[in-house]
Design a protein around this ligand. Structure first.
Ligand code: AMP
Length: 426
């Protein structure tokens, strides 16, 4: 099926054409007709599948097909500011020839931005993309009118519940038009999330796009180390190598600062981003990274989901992500388009069991790489017996030895075709 066959609005098709969207991805093929048909939907899909366009395209089409009464027609709730901005940018691109208005509304800015948001909300912008907390702040002031809302979309719902937004979401739901269509997107669907979804959706259709598998083309490897060896191993990865674009992930903000310091001290061009930073600073660092003025971005998971940064050569997990899904999201930052990327994970003794769970989730064993001998003894990978005994250097590594210097390759599951976004008006 082509986008044209889906009978999307011609001005929308023009925008899609300009953005290089020719063929729908599987989630788009399945979800767009359901969304256009007006039914509620649960989409189980992760970033990289093309899920954003799967809900944005039918939404724009619907807005275009209804008379403009200066009322908010679509509300998209997302967990993070970055995702809000990214969805807004996608809408801007698709809707470029349509005259549809949209705005990303999120916390962290100054009073001026709040006023601008208020003006947009009261004048009835077509599509609002908001983080839950900020949306509540505006709702509390009483001027937001969701009575004509056609579509409510929750994106990365699992993430929002993980972040403790359930009550905020419930409060937003209390304010929106009951006749709306609701689209619910989540990368995972444990029973807690399914129950939540059932409570807010009317006989939804379910579209599930595979699996938590790293994108094809990601070469994965792991260094099994003592925690204290991680800084040196990190410097080793970058020192003297011409890495132009890499992300180092850590689960904690404190570690992000430490890692940033370690790399800086080693003379590696680096910037850090975590939710502690002001919005403006985060945007500035991201921009520098995208423009290749910074080679290594150190980040918490804030940027691991949803953010569309292309052509990253290397992703390093300085620690093993707590959630196996996060592993897939983190290394999903590399090997976009048809490029090949490398995903390396540092596994300390305490983290071995968690790492095993990741291997189980993705259905393949990730190669254990040999740390340089001068780092000293490294633990063996024995995840089931509490994290391995001490060994020295390369000797006696048994199973690990034969894997020296090799990687395992991702098994597919990412169906998106990516093209660089054209400049507006091109
Ligand atoms: P998403 O999973 O929504 O984050 O999308 C991932 C990336 O794939 C984004 O860069 C999209 O612009 C791109 N993309 C999604 N669908 C298509 C398509 N049908 N054709 C070309 N690029 C696409």
């Amino acid at each position: 099926m082509t986008f044209k066959e889906m009978n999307l609005h011609p001005t929308l098709l023009e925008g899609m054409d300009a953005m290089g969207f020719e063929k729908p991805t599987p989630i788009q093929e399945q979800a767009i007709p359901i969304c256009l048909g007006g039914k509620d939907m649960i989409g189980i899909a992760q970033t990289g599948t093309g899920k954003t366009a799967a809900f944005v395209l039918p939404t724009i089409h619907k807005v275009l097909s209804t008379p403009d009464e200066s009322k908010i027609k679509t509300l998209i709730i997302v967990p993070t500011r970055e995702l809000a901005v990214q969805i807004d940018q996608a809408i801007e691109g698709f809707a470029y020839f349509t005259g549809i208005s949209s705005m990303a509304i999120y916390g962290g800015g100054d009073g001026k931005e709040f006023k601008q948001e208020k003006t947009a909300l009261t004048s009835g912008i077509d599509i609002v993309i908001a983080t839950p907390g900020r949306m509540i702040s505006h709702l509390n002031l009483g001027y937001v009118d969701f009575s004509q809302l056609q579509t409510l979309i929750l994106d990365e719902a699992d993430r929002m519940l993980d972040m403790g937004f359930q009550r905020d979401l419930q409060r937003i739901l209390d304010h929106v038009n009951k006749d709306r269509q609701t689209l619910f997107f989540s990368a995972t669907m444990p029973s807690k999330i399914m129950d939540f979804a059932k409570g807010i959706l009317k006989s939804p259709e379910v579209v599930k796009i595979a699996l938590s598998k790293p994108a094809e083309g990601v070469l994965q490897g792991a260094y099994v180390l003592h925690q204290s060896q991680k800084p040196e191993m990190l410097v080793e990865l970058f020192k003297g190598k011409d890495v132009k674009s890499a992300i180092v992930f850590s689960s904690t903000k404190k570690n992000v600062i430490n890692i940033h310091r370690i790399l800086k001290r080693a003379g590696i061009s680096t910037g850090a981003i975590s939710s502690d930073l002001e919005q403006k600073e985060r945007e500035e660092v991201l921009l520098q990274f995208k423009n290749r003025r910074i080679a290594v971005l150190v980040a918490t998971d804030v940027v691991s989901r949803g953010i569309d940064i292309d052509n990253i050569e290397l992703v390093v997990n300085y620690d093993v992500p707590g959630d196996a899904e996060d592993y897939v999201h983190r290394i999903g930052r590399t090997a976009r388009a048809s490029a090949t990327g490398v995903g390396i994970t540092f596994v300390s003794q305490d983290e071995q069991y968690k790492f095993l769970k990741i291997e189980e989730l993705i259905g393949s064993e990730i190669r254990k790489l040999q740390a340089p001998e001068r780092l000293g003894e490294t633990p063996e990978y024995k995840p089931k017996s509490g994290g391995g005994q001490r060994r020295f250097g390369n000797k006696g590594r048994g199973g690990n030895q034969k894997n020296k210097g090799k990687f395992s390759k991702g098994k597919g599951g990412n169906n998106s075709k990516r093209k660089p976004r054209p400049k507006k008006g091109e």
